[in-house]
Ligand binder design. Structure first.
Ligand SMILES: *[C@@H]1O[C@H](CO)[C@@H](O)[C@H](O)[C@H]1NC(C)=O
Ligand SMILES: *[C@@H]1O[C@H](CO)[C@@H](O)[C@H](O)[C@H]1NC(C)=O
Ligand SMILES: *[C@@H]1O[C@H](CO)[C@@H](O)[C@H](O)[C@H]1NC(C)=O
Ligand SMILES: *[C@@H]1O[C@H](CO)[C@@H](O)[C@H](O)[C@H]1NC(C)=O
Ligand SMILES: *[C@@H]1O[C@H](CO)[C@@H](O)[C@H](O)[C@H]1NC(C)=O
Ligand SMILES: *[C@@H]1O[C@H](CO)[C@@H](O)[C@H](O)[C@H]1NC(C)=O
Ligand SMILES: *[C@@H]1O[C@H](CO)[C@@H](O)[C@H](O)[C@H]1NC(C)=O
Ligand SMILES: *[C@@H]1O[C@H](CO)[C@@H](O)[C@H](O)[C@H]1NC(C)=O
Ligand SMILES: *[C@@H]1O[C@H](CO)[C@@H](O)[C@H](O)[C@H]1NC(C)=O
Length: 323
């Protein structure tokens, strides 16, 4: 027998909320199975599924841990937000920064951001940004101490409930999918605030794909502040403030990037270099500010039917300068 014993697939527990007057409203509750068969080698592969709100922790014994979070921003009745994560019982992955495989399946209606805007200029509101967040003692880390941030991933997005081997633009278009794929990071002069997505002063998002009508924060009239090339792809920078007055730096790939392997610290250097630039309506971080949050996931806006985002490979390797 090989090591790949015991694929444990969890079931969903279905329950109707008591007192609900909405016949259509039902909730899928997270449910975890215990390992039924006691293994001798502790090398089980454990498949965990959960819907609605989830915060699934996965330990990497030799490095950084990850937490897969739902991050639902705007719930809707009759919508779907589910995750499946494949962890190793031995908590030992190929590298010290390898995340467990995970996928999200979601469905949301198109919710108009501004009901007064003309039909040809309608933008959707974001419903959720489910992501795998690194949960590590490496951060918070002052930007001046950031040596490398090596990002390595593969993802696909497809329609329906099952993972797609490839991302097809035609099927996504046919189901009117509005979604993005991004690495979400927060920074702040204060170490604790840097890890608090709601309160951090600065947010930097790298959009590796952008399907739909939504614009990144700071898009405005489409003015590109600068362009950097990473791993062979150009990323355009847009800057602006969100409704929460946070200063947002959005790097948008000029074509979808389904596989990536590169150090992204040049993007930090680029935004730090904007200090003193005229006409930008944002504050610029400094070298002494802390990076306190890094998460990779998909922004879910709208679709007709389920969309499944799959991440079979993810590694976020943050190295302190001089190590
Ligand atoms: C941990 O478990 C995984 C999955 O079964 C297996 O591929 C890997 O070889 C195991 N690692 C060690 C060090 O036993
Ligand atoms: C992971 O390993 C690399 C070298 O193999 C090392 O530089 C890095 O500090 C390690 N990271 C963690 C979080 O252990
Ligand atoms: C909504 O759209 C209308 C019409 O284009 C515009 O006048 C208004 O400023 C917009 N509201 C917001 C909050 O952007
Ligand atoms: C929407 O239509 C109006 C009126 O036809 C036009 O002035 C405007 O430029 C259009 N907007 C876009 C984004 O195409
Ligand atoms: C990962 O999680 C384990 C278990 O909670 C913890 O003991 C360890 O310190 C964590 N590792 C890091 C790098 O935070
Ligand atoms: C963080 O923001 C939330 C609202 O988003 C607020 O309730 C909370 O007090 C803030 N925390 C701090 C420490 O300012
Ligand atoms: C985004 O949503 C709109 C409205 O549902 C839809 O017409 C469009 O096809 C979607 N996708 C893209 C790529 O624009
Ligand atoms: C676009 O926005 C930028 C920044 O707000 C501004 O400097 C520029 O004049 C605008 N361009 C046009 C054509 O409106
Ligand atoms: C969408 O996905 C959810 C969760 O897996 C599932 O319960 C639901 O039946 C799916 N909807 C369709 C139309 O397949």
């Amino acid at each position: 027998m090989g090591l790949l014993l015991g694929l444990i697939v969890n079931a969903f527990l279905l329950s109707i909320p008591i007192g609900s007057t909405l016949g259509t409203l039902f909730k899928l509750r997270p449910f975890r199975n215990d390992i039924i068969q006691q293994p001798k080698d502790h090398n089980h592969i454990i498949v965990t599924s959960a819907c609605e709100e989830f915060h699934e922790f996965a330990q990497n014994k030799i490095g950084v841990n990850y937490t897969v979070n739902s991050n639902e921003i705007l719930p809707e009745t009759d919508s779907t937000l589910c995750m499946t994560m494949t962890t190793f019982e031995n908590n030992t992955y190929p590298s010290n920064s390898t995340a467990p495989q995970f996928s999200f399946t979601w469905e949301y209606p198109f919710t108009t951001a501004n009901v007064s805007s003309p039909a040809n200029e309608t933008k959707p509101l974001i419903h959720a940004f489910p992501q795998a967040r690194i949960d590590s003692s490496v951060i918070p880390l002052a930007l001046e101490e950031l040596g490398q941030l090596n990002l390595d991933f593969t993802w696909t997005m497809g329609t329906g409930n099952t993972i797609a081997p490839n991302t097809g633009l035609l099927p996504l278009g046919a189901k009117e999918v509005n979604a993005s794929v991004g690495l979400d990071m927060y920074m702040d002069p204060d170490q604790t605030m840097a890890g608090d997505a709601g309160n951090a002063t600065f947010e930097m998002i790298i959009f590796f794909a952008h399907f739909g009508l939504q614009d990144p924060v700071g898009f405005g009239n489409g003015t590109v502040v600068m362009t950097d090339t990473l791993d062979g792809t150009d990323f355009n920078l847009f800057v602006g403030r969100n409704a929460n007055s946070q200063n947002i730096f959005s790097w948008v790939a000029t074509q979808p990037v389904g596989e990536f392997h590169s150090d992204i610290t040049p993007l930090f250097n680029s935004i730090l270099s904007l200090r003193g630039a005229k006409g930008l309506l944002v504050d610029i971080p400094t070298y002494t500010d802390f990076l306190g949050y890094v998460g990779f996931g998909t922004q879910s806006y709208s679709s007709i039917g389920n969309v499944t985002f799959w991440v079979p490979r993810l590694s976020v390797d943050i190295q302190k300068l001089g190590t």
